[in-house]
Design a protein around this ligand. Sequence first.
Ligand code: KG4
Ligand code: ZN
Length: 341
Amino acid sequence: MIVLGIETSCDETGIAVYAGERGLLAHRLHSQVATHADYGGVVPELASRDHVRRVLPLVSDCLAASGLGTGAIDGVAYTRGPGLAGALLVGRSVAEGLGWALDCPVLGVHHMEAHLLAPMLEAAPPALPFLALLVSGGHTLLVEVAELGRYRLLGESLDDAAGEAFDKTAKLLGLPYPGGPQLEALARDGEPGRFHFPRPMTDRPGLDFSFSGLKTAVVSAVREADRDEATRAAIARAFQDAVVETFAIKVRRALEQTGVGHLVVAGGVGANQALRSRLREVAGSCGALMACPRLEFCTDNGAMIAYAGYRRLRAGERDAGACDIRPRWPLTELQAPAPAA
Ligand code: KG4
Ligand code: ZN
């Protein structure tokens, strides 16, 4: 089965072709960073308009790169949610149009399930059951994955998502959008230990997170500091250390609690090298293996949508007629595909 995947949930237009037997054949990405840079964050209306402009040329380009014609496509998968409503509508409309034109099934997939499954595109995929830390701009989730569609939520952020905390802190430090990667780069030069920020909610039992207090701690540090480059770098370093250590503590707890042998770290913040290397140590000390998507598939992309769509389309799922997008869509509402009749 050959599936075309379309991602348009936020500020990246991602297209990919996944073939059951041969794996990922091609993928293409257009990032809207330049479009939103002047505004310091994603402007939903501009995002939708840019998806409209980019999506069809990217589909043609991706199909050409895969060496396939449109006739080879057996199914189309798109991001149904969660995400920005207008942006999601673009992907859905194009997917439905292609489904009609090619007379093939169409399926709306869950963006976070796609992030969760992204390591399956790598040479050493995680074995089920596994623990997943999903850390993106909109979500911070610790999930026990028994199988496709069987997800037990162990913990989540009660306020800001990890990526949001990175982005807001980056802004406070005067860094351009998108903040996460910029903050990581600045933190690399930061003197460790010059500032110390709290590890929120680690002093009590449980697996939930809270990052808004951490941001407030950074606000006071920025206000008090003389804000030369070295000070900003030291603040960035201390913020990143606090986030990384908070995740290390909670992930260790979750691995011990579940006893699973694999840890998946996925979503945009999963591209952070300091986080990856610390969690690899934690997994190792718990006797677990860690699996991550390649860096370009941590952040939003079409490949993960094509793969998640492939898994569910192959199991017989498809949209029944016109399907509403789901800008808010809890991961735990998903179910395992029904066994084939
Ligand atoms: O998964 P993603 O591309 O989009 C969403 O589904 O939200 O995640 C984007 C988030 C942004 O908040 C971005 O700043 C953050 O991931 N991010 C990072 C890094 N790369 C992206 N945060 C920390 N370190 C990074 N290297
Ligand atoms: Zn995402």
